[in-house]
Design a protein around this ligand. Structure first.
Ligand code: HEC
Length: 147
């Protein structure tokens, strides 16, 4: 291949890459494999991440119990999404790279947090309570092996 063609192809490659990035950035969602390809790495030490998860889970339990705040379900949804994001980030920590079960539990926390956010949006308290129980079991499962 001549030099002109090679340069043309690299420029095309960069353009395709930028378009793909603009697409995911616009939707505000970057899939795990894209994030890894973009060199994503958590900046929070694992210990701080866990303190943060604990706070969000505590707030989730609070908003499940507290019924007299008109913003209750909005706040519950935000807390659930924040916890889901922590699970998402945890999937990139050092332990996650080496252990499939660790990645699995971190991913579970993300999925369960997102499901809980959906229940909050629908103001379905019973489903929210069930999600909180399953989340608690996921925290425990990972801690039994890795904490
Ligand atoms: C995928 C694995 C995993 C999941 C899921 C997980 N943790 Fe952890 N957690 C850890 C590890 C590993 C540690 C020990 C880290 C350290 O202290 O450096 C830890 C430690 C902790 C600590 C102790 C921090 C301290 O002060 O020593 C708390 C609190 C905590 N996790 C809360 C939670 C909560 C709440 C959840 C669920 C909502 C959760 N974790 C889910 C892996 C996990």
């Amino acid at each position: 291949m001549n030099r002109g063609k090679r340069v043309g192809l690299s420029v095309a490659g960069v353009l395709v890459g930028l378009t793909a990035w603009a697409f995911v950035a616009e939707r505000g969602v970057v899939r795990a494999q894209d994030a890894a390809a973009l060199g994503f790495a958590p900046v929070m030490p694992l210990h701080s991440l866990m303190i943060e998860q604990d706070l969000h889970f505590e707030n989730i339990r609070h908003w499940i119990r507290t019924s007299d705040d008109p913003e209750r379900f909005v706040k519950l949804r935000h807390e659930a999404l924040a916890l889901a994001e922590m699970g998402n980030i945890n999937g990139f920590h050092a332990k996650a790279a080496d252990h499939a079960d660790y990645r699995q539990w971190a991913a579970e926390l993300k999925t369960l947090g997102m499901a809980l956010a959906g229940h909050a949006e629908k103001q379905d308290l019973d489903a929210a309570k069930e999600s909180a129980k399953t989340i608690n079991a996921t925290c425990k499962a990972c801690h039994e092996k890795y904490q």
